[in-house]
Design a protein around this ligand. Sequence first.
Ligand code: NDP
Ligand code: HSE
Length: 443
Amino acid sequence: MSAPRTIGIGILGFGTVGQGVWKHLTDKKADLESRLGVKIDLRKVALRDPKKSRAIKISKSKITKNAYEVIDDPNVHVVCELIGGTTKAKEFTLRALNQGKVVVSANKALLCGHGPEIFKAVRKHGGQFLFEASVAGGIPIIKAIREGLAANRFELIVGILNGTCNHILTRMGEDGLSFADALKEAQELGYAEADPTLDVDGIDAWHKASILAWLAHGKWAPANRTLVEGIRNIGPADIDFARRFGFALKHLAVIQRNFEKNWMTVGVYPALVPNRDILARVSGVNNGITLRGDVVGATTLAGRGAGGDATASAVIGDIVDAIAALTGNSKQGLSGDDLVAREKQGLEVRMGDLDEIISPFYLRLSLLDKAGVSEGVYKIFSKHKVSIARVIQYEHPNKGRGTVTLSTYPVSERKMDAVLKELRRLKTVLEEPFLLRIFNPES
Ligand code: NDP
Ligand code: HSE
C-alpha cells in the first residue's frame, strides 16, 4: 500500500488542550509539512457545544457534534482524543484503533484504566496509540524512557507529576494563598482536570505514575497496591516546619524498583523535599522527574506540566511521529513486539510490601495541653523503635490544645503505621494525625 501524501488530522475535544493543538498545528503547519514531506490536513474538530465561546475561532464547516464523523472519515488518519474521561473517550479510542488508525491521546485516566485493552486493539488492527501528553505536560518523558534512556534499568523514578498540585503548593507556601484560592487560580489557568478532585486527591498523579511504572517495568500499578494521597490537608504548621528545616512541600510520585527481589512500589503523596534537591526548585505549574538509571545515573527533566500550550507541544510531537511512521519514514510507537516484551517483563515483577518502603516521616499532632502528654506520645515511638529527629511545639494559649510537628529517621511504612494506630487510640491525641513522607535523595 502506498503511503498517503496528505495526512488528515481529526481532533476530538476543543477545550484547553484541543484548542492549543489546533492553534500551534496551524501556526507550524508549513514548517512541519516541509520537514515531513507531506500535506497536513486539519480536517475536523468534534465538540459538545458549538455555541460555547472559545479563544480559538474556527470555521463552522470544520466543527461537528458527532465524534464519529471525525473518527470514521476515511481521510482522517490520526485521531487526537482530547475530550477526557473514560467512557466516551474509551469508545472513541477503540473505534479509531479498530479501524487501524493512529490515536494520539492526552488521557492518562483512560490509559491507566484500560491500557491492556487499548494495546490489544493496537496489536490486532496494526494502528498506534501515542500518549506523550498523558504524563508531565510538555516534558517528553515517555520518549525519554522509551528511546533516549533505553539502555537503563530504573531503580527509582521520582517526580512532581501534577501541575495543579504544584501550583497550589507553591502559591500557598510562597505567597500565602489559601488552598481554595490557589485551586481556583489553577482552574482558571486551564491546569486542573474537569473534576479537580482528581488533581488534589492524587488520582491524576497516580494515573501518570502507573503509566511510567508500566513503561519502565512492564507492570501497571493497581490502585489497591498504590499509596495515593492528595494535598487537601496541608496546613500552615506543615508549611512552617518545611520552611524552618530547609524543605519544600511537594506532591511526589515515587516508583521504586528492587531488581534483586523483583518488587516494585508506587506511591503518590505530599512529601518534604530537601531544598538541596533539584525537585525542591520545581515550582508553580512545572513538573520535574528524576530518573535514576543504572547506566546514566540520575537525570532530571523539568518543564511545564499542564496548560494548553505545553500539552499541545507533546500532542504535536506525537502527531509528527505518527506522520513519519505513516509515510514510512520511521517506525514509531509501541510495536506489537515491544508490547509483548513489556507484558512478559511485567509478569516477573511483584508489588513490594510495607516493610520494603522506607523513608523518614513527618507528623503533625494536635495534643491535649496537659503535663505528661508528650511523654505518652514519645513512648509509642520508642516502643516501635522509631527515632525522632526534630520536634516543634506550638502552644495555643487558652485553647487547651497544642500542635506538635516532628520528623523521624528512616523507618518502614509498616512501623510508622503501627505508631499511627497506637497514637489514634490515645485520648490526648485530639485529631487524626497528619503524616508526610520526607524524600531522601540519598536513599
Ligand atoms: P476540557 O474540559 O478543557 O476540554 C474537553 C473538550 O472535550 C471540550 O471541548 C468538550 O466540548 C469536549 N467533549 C467532551 N465530551 C465530548 C464528546 N462526547 N464529544 C465531543 N466532544 C466532547 O479538557 P482539557 O482540554 O483540559 O483536557 C482534555 C484531556 O487532556 C483530558 O484527558 C486531560 O486529562 C488531558 N490533559 C489536560 C491537560 C491540561 O493542562 N488541561 C494537560 C495534559 C493532559 P465542549 O467544549 O463543547 O464542552
Ligand atoms: N490536571 C493535570 C495537572 C493536567 O494539573 O497536572 C496535566 O496532566
